[in-house]
Design a protein around this ligand. Sequence first.
Ligand code: LLP
Length: 439
Amino acid sequence: SRTVGRNADGVATVGGIDVKTLAEEFGTPGYFLDEDDFRARCRAWREAFKGEKGEKGEKGEGEDADVFYAGKAFLSRAVVRWLTEEGLNLDVCSAGELATALAAGMPAERIALHGNNKSTGEIERAVEAGVGRIVLDSFQEIARVAHIAQRLGRHQRVQIRITVGVEAHTHEFIATAHEDQKFGIPLAGGLAAEAVRRALKLDGLELIGIHSHIGSQIFDTSGFEVAAHRVVGLLKEIRDEHGVELPEIDLGGGLGIAYTSEDDPREPHEIAKALRDIVHRECDAAGLAVPRLSVEPGRAIVGPTAFTLYEVGTVKELPGLRTYVSVDGGMSDNIRTALYDAEYSVALVSRSSTAEPMLSRVVGKHCESGDIVVRDAFLPADLAPGDLIAVPATGAYCRSMASNYNHALRPPVVAVRDGRAREIVRRETEEDLLRLDVG
Ligand code: LLP
C-alpha cells in the first residue's frame, strides 16, 4: 500500500504507525488496512471514469460512467461510509451485504444486487429498499423479480447478466464468461435475446441494460474488449427487434492487482480508456447512442490496501528441502493459496536482518497439509519465533472468505490513517464462537 515504509530501526510502518505497536495493540494475526490508500483508489477509479470535459452523462455530475465497488472483496460499515463519501456505488450479492450497506447509510439507489440464486426474501428486501438495480441471472429469476415487484407495486430497474463466451486468462474457479458455468444467460443460441424479450414484456420490470463479468485477476484488456463488442452487438439486436435502445451496460469487475513483483496490473485510467474506446467505436458502427457504462472493481480497490501481520511460531528446517515457517493464522484467514494456487510475497517486518535468505514456505497452524499461506518465499535465515512477518495485498477476499476452521477466531481488520489505528471489524472471541453453539 502507498504509505508503507520502514523506520530507522528497520521496523515497517503503515499510516505513520510501526507494526510492533500495531501487533501489541491489536494482536496477530490481523489485517491492517491503509484508509488513505483505499480512498485514493476510489478516487482514481472515479476520476478515470469521469466524462470528457464538457461531456455530461445523462445522470449529470460530468460523469458518463459509474463505479460500483464489489462488496464481496471486503465489506464493513466503515468501508460503506468511505465509499459513500468518495462517490462510489456498491455491488452486493447477498442479504447480508445488503443489510451492511443499508445499515451504514448507503443510499439504496446506489446499490446493485447480484447473485445466481437470490432468495425470495433477498429480492423482496432489495425491491422494498429501492435498490438502483437488480442484475437478473436466469429465466426463472426474471419471472420471480417481476412477480415480487408487481406484488409490492414497484417498477424495479434491472439488468440482465449474460455470458459472452470469452475465455478470460485466469484461474478456472474465477473465470465467469465461458458458457459452461453457473452465472448468467448465454448469448449463444439466442438465449440472451430471449431473456430480453421476456423482461421487456413483464410489468414490474424496467430493463435498463446488459451486464457482463468475465472473471477476476485479469491483466489484459482484450477479454473486456471482446465482451464489450458482444454486449453492444446484443444492444443492436435489441434495437432492431424491439425499437428500444437500452441505456446502460456494465462490464463487471476483474482487474488484476500485483500480488508479487511479477504481476503488472493495468491502472484504472488504462482500463477506462480501453473500455470507453471500444464501446464508443462499437456503438458508432452500430448507429447506437453510447450507453452509460458501469464497472464493478473489488480487488483492484481494496486488495492492495491491506496486509496481514503474523507472528512467527515454529521454524522447522528440513535439510535439503526447505524451511517451514509456521504462523499464528493460515488458511482460515487466507484461503486463496490453497483454493487458487494464489501467489503472495512475504517480508520480515519487525526488524531488519542481514542474514542469508533461506528458502521458506509460510504455513498456518491448521490441521491440514494444504494450509499454506506463501508457497515459496525467501526469508532471512535468522528468522525466529516472535518475529513479525507481513503478507501484502490481502485486502480482497481474505477477511471476506475467512473461516472458523479448527475454531480459529477470525482476525480483526484495523484501519490506519494519519498515525491513528482503529478496529473496523473486531477480532472474534471464544464467546462469539460459543454464542452460536446453542446445544
Ligand atoms: N462483479 C461481479 C458480478 C463479480 O462476480 C465479481 C467477483 C466482481 C464484480 C468483482 O471482481 P474483482 O474486481 O474483485 O475481481 N474469491 C475470488 C474472486 C471471486 C470473485 C467473484 N466475483 C478470489 O479470491 O480471487
